[in-house]
Design a protein around this ligand. Structure first.
Ligand code: NAP
Length: 352
């Protein structure tokens, strides 16, 4: 019988790494040894995967010996350092950081859109797209195949856990600081005062009782890194280098689940009914669209679901060949761990 490949999860203690362990545990048992790796701070901790306790090891060159595939769930700058070290040891890396995504020699893979791209990886590195882009791609890929996507305008409503465990913790700390204070929101500055010092640290501004129109770092001409990721990564995954994209990314006080309002224009005529039919058949998509009964996609319903949810599908009134719709995806599942698990499984035929 052929050997089952060895898998590593690097950053296993983080927000995405923890969900990665759950995803691996509930999917087909295709991996042999599973090695858990994090910073030296976490060495010796025990985490559960596939129903067994596994001891976390500190990252080092040696820890990658004998590993076939590694999920990297690390901050950008840490991935930038360690991914090439692991790849040089022959490990196929599936990296979730933003560092390698736009490298022309690194494929950016989404199983529903471009699974064949896993085979062309000259550096031994495969990148996982950003969580906001990943919520969009299963719907966009299906609509593009049927109607030819030409342009899109996207406004996001992104969850706190998109900023990692620190984001999740910060939202709950802030909600604790405002809970029960029903006079807040009546006087300028009162919410900032209630949240107190450090309220700007994680999201750039307080998030409780607020929305923050900044996700990621600032880039030239007033764009944020997140907004540019939606544009550049969608173009690369869909192989549409001329796709026109306008994007505004906003953080909202939601724990998990990135939502997006999308206006998309196509090269062929499209109607809401035709789009609904295409999306109903699309892999990785569940249509949730019954407005008369108040049924539409929302983060509280998308949390913990593998599929991205799409609804509020409308034929545009004032724009030819265009649709309006609302998409929600669990940023830690399809937006991170699930997509990278699917990508790693695409490698199995060549590893067995
Ligand atoms: N959160 C999301 O929705 C999301 C979605 C898509 C992609 N991503 C990307 O996924 C990656 C992980 O994000 P996250 O949200 O899970 O972050 P996180 O909660 O902050 O976790 C970071 C992980 O990296 C480890 N780490 C940090 N510094 C390290 C070092 N010097 N050496 C070794 N390990 C180190 C941490 O280990 P310790 O616990 O030992 O410190 C922890 O396991 C990031 O690149 C992020 O951009 C996140």
């Amino acid at each position: 019988m052929s050997r089952k490949p060895t898998l590593a999860v690097v950053g296993a203690t983080g927000a995405v790494g923890s969900v990665m362990l759950d995803v691996i545990s509930r999917r087909a048992d295709v991996w042999g040894e599973i090695r858990l790796i994090a910073s030296p701070r976490s060495a010796g901790r025990k985490l559960r995967v596939r129903g067994e306790e596994v001891t976390v090891q500190a990252i080092s060159e040696e820890v990658f010996e004998g590993v076939d595939v590694a999920h990297f769930d690390l901050p950008d700058e840490v991935s930038a350092h360690w991914v090439p070290i692991a790849a040089a040891k022959g490990v196929i890396v599936v990296d979730k950081s933003g560092y390698f995504r736009m490298d022309p020699d690194v494929p950016l893979v989404v199983a529903e859109a471009n699974p064949e791209a896993v085979r062309n990886r000259p550096k031994g590195i495969i990148a996982n797209a950003n969580c906001t882009t990943l919520a969009l791609i299963p719907s966009l890929a299906a609509l593009n195949r049927s109607f030819g996507l030409v342009s899109m305008s996207v406004a996001s409503y992104q969850a706190a856990s998109g900023a990692g465990q620190a984001g999740f913790d910060s939202l709950y700390d802030q909600l604790g600081a405002v809970a029960g204070k029903r006079d807040l929101g009546t006087v300028s500055g009162d919410v900032r005062e209630a949240i107190g010092e450090g309220g700007d640290d994680t999201f750039g501004a307080p998030l409780a009782l607020n929305v923050v129109p900044k996700v990621g770092g600032w880039r030239p001409d007033g764009w944020t890194s997140e907004e540019l990721k939606v544009r550049n990564e969608s173009r690369k995954i869909l192989d549409l280098p001329d796709l026109k994209v306008a994007s505004t990314c906003v953080r909202v006080p939601v724990a998990t689940g990135h939502s997006q309002a999308v206006h998309a224009t196509f090269s062929s005529p499209v109607s809401a009914d035709a789009a609904r039919k295409v999306l109903a058949e699309a892999p990785g998509v569940t249509v949730v669209d019954d407005p008369d009964n108040n049924v539409y996609p929302m983060p509280i319903d998308a949390t913990g679901r593998d599929d991205t949810l799409v609804g509020r599908i409308r034929t545009s009134i004032d724009f030819d060949n265009s649709l309006e719709f609302f998409v929600v995806g669990d940023n830690l599942l399809k937006g991170a761990a699930l997509n990278s698990a699917q990508t790693a499984e695409l490698l199995l035929p060549e590893l067995s």
